[in-house]
Design a protein around this ligand. Structure first.
Ligand code: FAD
Ligand code: SIN
Length: 535
């Protein structure tokens, strides 16, 4: 199967990029491992940050982003993404995203933690769903795009990989040639060739026992890039969202930060509004600070959650502003207008990822990455709320321009014949219980030892267990025929190992990485970068 471009993932990043390439006349295949709308994007609530109001300005958005990033953002990247935000937002409005408006016709803007202004455009509290729907509709009108649902990308095919098999000379330049993907329904592994591959596979939330992320967030793109020798950066910066709805069944529905933006107050189990004790910005401090404060109050008072109080605002107003959150609470017998909401932090967003330039290119020629899988330097040590949809859509535009020029420059390259996937003597899996056991153990280990507050001892304990799981899963992988759950576990254990490696390297506390053994900042440490086989 040969296409000009293959996009892995059908969230905001992949769909936006695919649209641009198709409009430029290229044939694009989008592979997505489940149904087309299964993505983190589809769950985004608060909205997309961009400077659109008269009372705001780019400098304020830049300085809020730099401040949240705690000294590790790349300023030129921040400036570029903030500056291009309004254009990208316009594009979204242009394909039909119905951003909420005030009664006077101006766009409605949410406020979230770390933002000095109201600047979050939103569609009630279902912004992601509205964006996903509009993008899917736009690509359905593009005859050059083929969308393949239930196609699971397994591994990239690169010149180096073929050279290792003796199929290409070892001396040539490395570049991406395509990938292997499992057609989940036919159980067939298909070989796809393309000069450009865009990794838009999203985040890693499922690596943790408690997460706001849907099932798809298993870090596949990061593990694939790592196996192809592409550098990965700052994996220790896992953002824990402070307010996920606490339930005893382990599900963690997000209660948007926009609820605090509308005045909700965090209270500990005794009813005290504790945030002013931790930060002068109180409930609207950046997420790392709020999540650590909640963690500390829960530990101090031995409570399984804290409360979020937005009572007395009027039921109809709350229903109108936060329809999906109101419904999720209501389903569990909580009336937001009358009752405090029980909330806890949960793994939410990865600030690190595949090292990517401002044009979405990676170290491997032809391979681009964009959205949550990528690490551009926008977020530094902690992402400012609602900057991720912004980054995804701006980088998709930048990446499209770069990929188009790459395709023009390589128009005459001869095609390499790609080898088929070899199943060899692999058997049908007969011990799925091993998969389930390792799956649970991995996620519990990460939650218990690599969470909001870390220590060297906890990280080393996690590392020992994860290394053992890596070996077990690696052996199992080579014995059985591939299936989605196994592929995900293989990727998750690799991602867990990368998170721990980066966390151990960062011997300081900064942004989202807080360790009891190194409570201060060490300005000599910049990025933690890992690459298969070293540099
Ligand atoms: P995703 O939207 O996650 O898409 C990834 C795609 O890749 C999916 O289609 C998936 O199926 C596919 N995929 C993955 N692996 C494979 C594979 N091996 N083979 C084939 N396909 C694969 N950010 C904001 O800026 N504002 C918000 O208000 C906001 N709210 C959020 C609320 C929630 C509950 C969550 C979970 C996140 C929120 N975020 C928010 C973060 C934001 O939604 C994500 O960072 C962003 O949507 C990521 O987009 P993406 O395109 O990179 O990845
Ligand atoms: C939220 O609505 O609180 C999530 C926003 C984000 O993750 O940026």
């Amino acid at each position: 199967m040969q296409h000009d471009v293959i996009v892995i993932g059908s969230g905001i990043a992949g769909l936006s990029f695919a649209l641009e390439l198709a409009r430029a006349g290229y044939s694009v295949a989008i592979l997505t491992k489940k149904s087309k709308a299964d993505s983190n994007t589809n769950h985004a609530q608060g909205g997309i940050a961009s400077v659109t109001s008269q009372s705001d300005d780019f400098e304020l958005h830049v300085s809020d982003t730099l401040r949240a990033g705690d000294g590790l953002c790349r300023e030129e990247v921040v400036r570029s993404i903030v500056r291009d935000g309004p254009l990208a937002v316009n594009d979204l409005a242009g394909i039909g995203v119905p951003f909420s408006q005030l009664d006077d016709g101006r766009v409605s803007l949410h406020r979230e933690g770390g933002h000095s202004k109201r600047r979050i455009l939103h569609v009630a509290d279902v912004t992601g769903r509205a964006i996903e729907e509009a993008l899917l509709h736009a690509i359905s009108n593009e005859p050059r795009i083929t969308l393949l649902e239930h196609h699971f990308a397994i591994d990239l095919i690169t010149c180096r990989r073929l050279a290792r098999k003796g199929l290409l000379p070892a001396s040539g330049e490395d570049r991406v040639l395509g990938l292997y993907a499992l057609d989940v329904f036919s159980n067939e592994v298909i070989t796809y060739g393309a000069k450009v591959v865009m990794l838009a596979t999203g985040g890693v939330g499922q690596v943790y026992q408690f997460s706001t992320n849907p099932d798809i967030a298993t870090g596949d793109g990061i593990a694939m890039a790592w196996r192809a020798g592409v550098p990965i950066r700052n994996m220790e910066f896992i953002q824990f969202h402070p307010t996920a709805l606490y339930t005893t069944d382990g599900e963690r529905f997000l209660v948007s930060e926009a609820v605090r933006g509308e005045g909700a107050i965090l209270r500990n189990i005794d009813g005290e509004a504790f945030m002013p004790r931790y930060d002068s910005r109180a409930d609207l401090a950046p997420r790392d600070i709020v999540a650590r404060a909640i963690d500390s109050e829960m530990k101090r008072l031995g409570s399984p959650h804290v409360w979020l109080d937005i009572t007395g605002r009027g039921e109809s107003q709350l229903r109108e502003k936060f329809p999906s959150i109101f419904e999720a609470c209501d389903k569990r017998g909580i009336n937001m207008n009358r009752d405090y909401i029980p909330v806890v932090p949960a793994a939410h967003y990865l600030c690190g990822g595949v090292v990517t330039k401002l044009d979405a290119s990676t170290r491997l020629p032809g391979l681009y990455a964009c959205g949550e899988v990528a690490c551009t330097g926008l977020h530094g040590a902690n992402r400012l709320a609602s900057n991720s949809l912004l980054e995804a859509v701006v980088l998709a535009r930048h990446g499209a321009a770069a990929a188009i020029s790459f395709l023009k420059n390589h128009a005459r390259d001869s095609e390499v014949e790609l080898p088929q996937w070899v199943t060899g003597r692999a058997q049908d899996p007969d011990e799925r219980v091993v998969l389930m056991h390792n799956w649970d153990e991995l996620r519990r280990t990460m939650w218990d030892y690599v969470g909001i507050v870390r220590s060297t001892k906890r990280l080393e304990r996690a590392q020992a267990r994860i290394e053992q799981l890596l070996r077990e899963i690696h052996d199992y992988y080579w014995q059985v025929k591939v299936e989605p759950r196994l592929l995900e576990l293989r990727n998750m254990v690799r991602v867990a190992s990368l998170i721990i490696t980066c966390a151990l390297q960062r011997q300081e506390s900064r942004g989202l990485h807080f360790t009891l053994d190194f409570p201060d900042k060490n300005d000599e440490i910049r990025d933690t970068t890992v690459r298969r086989g070293g540099f």
